[in-house]
Design a protein around this ligand. Structure first.
Ligand SMILES: C[C@H](O)[C@H](O)[C@H]1CNC2=NC(N)=NC(=O)C2=N1
Length: 97
């Protein structure tokens, strides 16, 4: 079992993730990324999929052509947990490559 972040921990984490929005209804973070084309978007998703499997932590996401909409939350914790923050940081690192 993994614990959700406290309010202070969540505020700190969100400060460090300026590209991400907080979805209060779901206690999730969301980010939309637009790539040059479909193959760039799908290549990104493939990299994230490998990380997700390694972490056993999986994004809720959708892809339309060059756009990927991502939502991260921890179902087991009923909200944001350190795993979402770690995943968001990994995603940001891939996008910045
Ligand atoms: C049974 C399995 O370990 C759980 O369902 C894992 C898998 N991937 C997961 N992904 C996410 N985002 N949240 C979870 O709580 C979660 N739990």
């Amino acid at each position: 079992m993994i614990e959700a972040l406290s309010e202070a921990e969540r505020a700190d984490a969100l400060d460090g993730l300026p590209e991400w929005d907080h979805d209060e209804a779901r206690d999730a973070i969301t980010r939309t990324i637009v790539f040059a084309d479909f193959i760039e978007a799908f290549g990104f998703m493939t990299q994230v999929a490998l990380i997700a499997e390694r972490m056993n932590h999986h994004p809720e996401w959708a892809n339309v052509y060059n756009r990927v909409d991502i939502l991260l939350t921890t179902h087991d914790a009923g909200g944001l947990s350190p795993r979402d923050i770690e995943m968001a940081q990994a995603i940001d690192a891939i996008v910045e490559e």
